[in-house]
Design a protein around this ligand. Structure first.
Ligand code: AMP
Ligand code: GLY
Length: 451
């Protein structure tokens, strides 16, 4: 008789003891904070970090630029790193994850191939079409005349999108044909060309049908096959109250956005995320990291406005406090292709509110070097994350960029969450600080007391 075989239960999902977070914004401050809270995580290093990550419990800082792939790889070896989490898109598009994986490291973040989802608008639109993902109609052009001809044929204003990473500045939503023509000229004058390696050398663009409706951000953590969806979040892109004025990186956010209920999220999974992952696999791309779907809810149904290969900022600051102690394990499981073996990620069913404090002049030129006052301590439902800040040689933390601080608060309802966040904002500050008082206007019934 054959001996009885006992099958091993699936191996437990390991916890990474030592984590490197790459990046220096509010997003990476929030990632470092959330990962350092996970039981079993011994140390989180942030490279290059900012003035806030220097003060995070359980976090250390490495003065290495996100573009210095060789130094980052050496730091991973020197510090016996178990997991690398890459925050921004530029190092992903430049192949940082590929480089680190080639050295046997576990990396949360796609390779340069998967990062094309964000780094090339045209590549992403072609993939969406191939996958049957609902998105605006588009025309790609590699020369100026071709683009102008497509616009004339269409006869109505189109959205003009420079191909390649343009730090959020390559999109023009024009109201007139004249504005469209100007935007096309700007693209072909090379205004949005970035020097990042791997990007198309010659300017090219995508013209897109203009859609209308509210926007919402959905994030899927994935190992290339399975995925975990985070609560939908809504960002506030314009600098001015009432959603007016120039676009910014984001002046505040809240989650969960009521624009998508459970059925809506299921639709996003089935119609957007699963097909795009399948299309990536069909191209031989093993995508391990986060897929950020920027969606517009139009009268005809949901449409993808863009994909990004990273967490949104400030959506990341807003969402991290809602995530449970399994986060480090889940990100490692994504990085190693074993998401199904990870424990379920706890997501607190609470409201999270985030308000950004920016330096005067943002999103234009800003003054730097102003001391930042205040500290919110260790309150359980309130966090202060730093973005454009640095520790000065003299000691104090000073402003060092456009978006400087993110104050985030949680509560059982949005009114209380925003009251808490604005109250926190009143206890920190720097010369010339600007912020919007109407973040979350979509979900608030009371205007909070102003600091
Ligand atoms: P993107 O850089 O692709 O996120 O675009 C920046 C912003 O431009 C989006 O958040 C939208 O508000 C707007 N936008 C992009 N594409 C369209 C479109 N097809 N129709 C209307 N607005 C758009
Ligand atoms: N907050 C939008 C973005 O990170 O692109």
């Amino acid at each position: 008789m054959a001996p009885l075989t006992v099958t091993d239960p699936s191996p437990p999902s390991p916890v990474p003891a030592r984590i490197l977070v790459v990046g220096g914004g509010g997003r990476e401050n929030a990632l470092g904070w959330a990962l350092a809270r996970c039981p079993g995580v011994e140390q989180v290093l942030v490279a290059p970090g900012n003035g806030g990550t220097t003060a995070l419990a359980g976090c250390g800082q490495l003065p290495i630029a996100e573009s210095d792939h060789g130094a980052l790889a050496a730091a991973c070896r020197a510090h016996a790193i178990d997991l690398v989490v890459v925050g921004p898109e530029a190092p992903l598009a430049a192949g940082l994850a590929d480089r680190l994986r080639s050295e046997g490291l576990a990396v949360f973040g796609p390779g340069a191939d998967g990062a094309l989802l964000e780094a090339s608008k045209r590549w992403a639109k072609d993939l969406m079409q191939e996958a049957g993902v609902p998105t605006a109609g588009y025309w790609a052009a590699t020369d100026r005349q071709q683009a102008l001809d497509a616009l004339e044929r269409h006869g109505r204003p189109l959205v003009v999108k420079a191909d390649g990473l343009a730090a959020g500045k390559g999109v023009t939503v024009a109201d007139s044909l004249e504005q469209c023509r100007e935007a096309i000229e700007e693209v072909f004058a090379g205004r949005f060309q970035s020097a990042a390696p791997g990007e198309a050398a010659a300017p090219s663009l995508v013209l897109e049908e203009r859609l209308h409706g509210p926007e919402v951000s959905v994030f899927a953590l994935t190992d290339g096959r399975s995925m975990v969806l985070l609560p939908p979040a809504q960002d506030h892109k314009r600098i001015g109250e009432g959603d007016t004025g120039p676009n910014t990186g984001g002046m505040g956010a809240y989650a969960p956005a009521r624009l998508l209920d459970a059925a809506g999220m299921e639709q996003v999974r089935q119609r957007v995320l699963e097909p795009i992952l399948a299309a990536l696999r069909a191209r031989g791309i093993d995508y391990r990291g986060v897929i950020f779907a920027g969606l517009m809810l139009t009268e005809e149904g949901l449409r993808v406005i863009e994909f990004n290969c990273r967490f949104g900022d400030p959506e990341c600051e807003t969402l991290m406090p809602l995530l449970g102690p399994e986060l480090a394990q889940v990100l490692l499981a994504c990085a190693t292709g074993r998401l199904e073996q990870a424990p379920p990620l706890t997501i607190e069913p609470r409201c999270s509110a985030c308000v950004i404090a920016a330096a005067a002049g943002y999103p234009g030129e800003v003054r730097r070097g102003d001391p930042i006052d205040g500290d919110l301590g260790d309150a359980p439902d309130l966090q202060l994350f730093h973005a454009g800040s640095r520790r000065s040689e003299a000691g104090p933390v000073v402003t060092a960029g456009g978006r400087v601080l993110a104050v985030v608060a949680q509560a059982d309802d949005f009114d209380t969450a925003f009251e808490r966040a604005y109250d926190g904002l009143g206890r920190v500050g720097f010369e010339g600080m600007v912020y919007r008082r109407d973040i979350g206007h979509q979900v608030r019934t009371r205007r909070p007391a102003l600091p």
